[in-house]
Design a protein around this ligand. Structure first.
Ligand SMILES: [Zn+2]
Length: 144
């Protein structure tokens, strides 16, 4: 299963400039703290998911009506394993403000999607955090 909690060891975290956008408002700049995830870290997460899936498939396959359970376990396992395999960066922190109301934005540490949706605590709008792809590429190559 993917580990939703951040590693206690955050060595390798770097900071980068990003921006926060909200349709109809001027974008604001933000500073993100990112931890690149190595191929080994992603494998350590996704391989156990695949193994658990392969163990569960024959177990749930004996329960009538068979096929829906097998497909559900295969689909869920594939989804979780792929999600972990695509987890290239953990977003560990953010300093930025909402383009609409100017309130400080907060993030829970987790997988960075790019673009990454953040809900403003003050005005409840869904803002979009975007990290320049060239920044991610530069840091991803160090850990590939
Ligand atoms: Zn806001």
């Amino acid at each position: 299963m993917p580990d939703p909690t951040p590693d206690p060891d955050l060595d390798g975290t770097f900071e980068a400039e990003a921006h926060v956008t909200l349709f109809g408002f001027d974008p604001t700049s933000a500073r993100v703290h990112l931890l690149p995830r190595s191929r080994a870290w992603r494998l350590r997460g996704s391989v156990p998911i695949v193994l658990v899936t392969l163990v569960l498939v024959p177990m749930v396959g004996v329960i009538p009506p068979h096929a829906p359970w097998v497909l559900a376990v295969l689909g869920g396992g594939f989804f979780l394993a792929r999600r972990r395999w695509k987890w290239h960066f953990t977003l560990t922190g953010l300093e930025g403000t909402c383009p609409r109301c100017g309130a400080e934005l907060h993030v829970r540490p987790g997988r960075l999607r790019n673009p990454h949706t953040l809900t403003c605590d003050a005005c409840r709008n869904d803002t979009v955090l975007e990290v320049p792809p060239e920044v991610l590429e530069a840091h991803a190559s160090e850990t590939a």
